[in-house]
Design a protein around this ligand. Structure first.
Ligand code: PMP
Length: 452
């Protein structure tokens, strides 16, 4: 039977009303114009004022993809047909043997808390996987250095909180994944954006050298990169490692796209793997390597990722996990073991398919007068230059959505140096990509080219 809370007896209700009236009378701005009256007004309005953000969060911005997705969905609700090229998540399903392992784990009752830094069997699998995929001996990475979290994002955020002290300078790619700036801001660090070179494959190394100093506490690398798809050439990775050692800085290497490398872009890595600071001698004790399941195994919604770092830092990150997320879902971690230990042919087939899609999208974009699109060597993004139309990237993205019915992200969602570019994800099937590129061509075809 439903229970309702009894109304207070009349005398109590009267007393409540009296108290409330008294409170309102005190809070009501005084008509007094005396200094004392004004001061009291300010004090009163301070207690009744709306939420005031702390410094830690006041400058935070969301990921642009969420805003564009919401705008696109609003148009869809009005009956418009929108082609989605804004979303950065694989269109393929989670491999069935991985999904099965997750379901079996739930059926087996693996639905309880696990250790905050990950179940030991998954940490062992990750240690072996990282050793193998980074060209190291099988037991080069110890499970003590592995921290599992709900996605790769905690592997960025929590080590950043544990390494950056207020006032520390942190260098990161601009344009780059928005979480980098956010985590620096929350940690109280000083964001030092480093512009990329024209094709987006790497830092502008002159700018990098100019900004690196003993004040630099951490350098964030992301290769293959979001939003450019760029893969850093080995000599640049080595130069960053050397500068980090010289200036006693940490490197946080976000390698979430490590398996999505095409090996034939402008920065041909030769063996379809991106270079990593992780296996450069002398770097392990100052490197945080971040990777995960979201992109490689199409598991964005499972929320599972990891970071590898020196064991002493891992212990502190574990404490941050204890007091924030508690732990990562147990059955999700069981699925993660199946992903790492099971057959990998699906990953290779997926990379072949992405390569086909990339070649189509880059080709189609470069056929549009006024658009220039470098061939990205990794990830699943194209980042064409549309500055020839004399409009901001935001104006171009808005126009493409409103008039063309195709959702893309402005380059400036990834930092000021993304101006003049737009980001497209080629995760959709060929039919979607064909329609999306046709809409882009038709919409931009109506614009004047202001400069070549
Ligand atoms: N790093 C980069 C560069 C990304 O693009 C993303 C996802 N878009 C992440 C980290 C976060 O991955 P996850 O969903 O596993 O947290």
């Amino acid at each position: 039977m439903a229970t309702t809370r009894a109304a207070p007896p009349p005398s109590l209700a009267r007393r409540h009303r009296a108290l409330r009236d008294d409170h309102l009378a005190r809070a009501r701005p005084s008509s007094s114009t005396s200094t004392l009256g004004r001061r009291r007004d300010r004090a009163v309005s301070a207690t009744t004022r709306a939420y005031v953000p702390t410094d830690r969060v006041s400058e935070l911005q969301s990921e642009g993809a969420y805003a564009v997705l919401a705008a696109a969905q609003a148009l869809e609700r009005e009956g418009r047909d929108i082609v989605h090229l804004e979303i950065g998540q694989p269109g393929f399903p989670t491999p069935s043997h991985v999904a099965r392992a997750g379901i079996d784990a739930i059926d087996a009752g693996k639905t309880k808390y696990s250790s905050p830094d990950g179940i030991p069997t998954l940490k062992e699998s990750i240690a072996r996987y990282v050793s193998r995929t980074r060209g190291l001996d099988d037991d080069a990475v110890s499970p003590d250095e592995v921290v599992v979290g709900p996605g790769a994002k905690p592997g960025l955020f929590f080590p950043a909180l544990a390494v950056i002290s207020p006032g520390d300078e942190v260098m990161y790619p601009d344009p780059g994944f928005p979480t980098y700036k956010a985590m620096i801001q929350v940690a109280g660090g000083v964001p030092v954006p480093v512009p990329l070179r024209a094709d987006g494959a790497s830092f502008d190394m002159d700018a990098f050298r100019a900004k690196m100093s003993p004040k630099t506490k951490l350098v964030v690398l992301n290769s293959p990169a979001n939003p450019t798809g760029g893969v850093m050439p080995a000599e640049d990775v080595e130069a960053v490692a050397a500068a980090a050692k010289e200036n006693d800085a940490w490197v946080l290497s976000d390698e979430i796209y490590s398996r999505l490398v095409y090996g034939d872009g402008e920065d041909d890595t030769g063996n379809a793997t991106a270079s990593s600071v992780f296996n450069i001698p002398g770097m392990r004790d100052r490197t945080i390597l971040v990777d995960g399941f979201s992109k490689t195994y199409c598991m964005t919604g499972w929320r599972l990722g990891w970071a590898v770092m020196p064991a002493a830092l891992a212990k502190k990150v574990e404490l941050l996990l204890v007091h924030s997320v508690g732990c990562t879902a147990t059955f999700t971690q069981e699925a993660g073991i199946a992903a790492l230990e099971g057959p990998q042919d699906g990953v290779l087939e997926m990379v072949d398919e992405y390569r086909r899609r990339r070649d189509f999208v880059v080709g189609a974009l470069n056929e549009i007068p006024g658009v220039e699109c470098p061939t990205p060597a990794g990830a699943f993004y194209a980042f064409p230059d549309v500055s020839a139309f004399g409009k901001s990237s935001k104006e171009i993205a808005d126009l493409l959505l409103a008039e063309g019915g195709v959702a893309v992200l402005p380059g400036t969602d990834f930092g000021a140096n993304g101006e003049g570019k737009i980001r497209l994800s080629y995760v959709g099937d060929m039919e979607t990509l064909r329609e999306g590129c046709a809409r882009i061509a038709a919409t931009l075809g109506k614009l004047e080219i202001e400069r070549s």
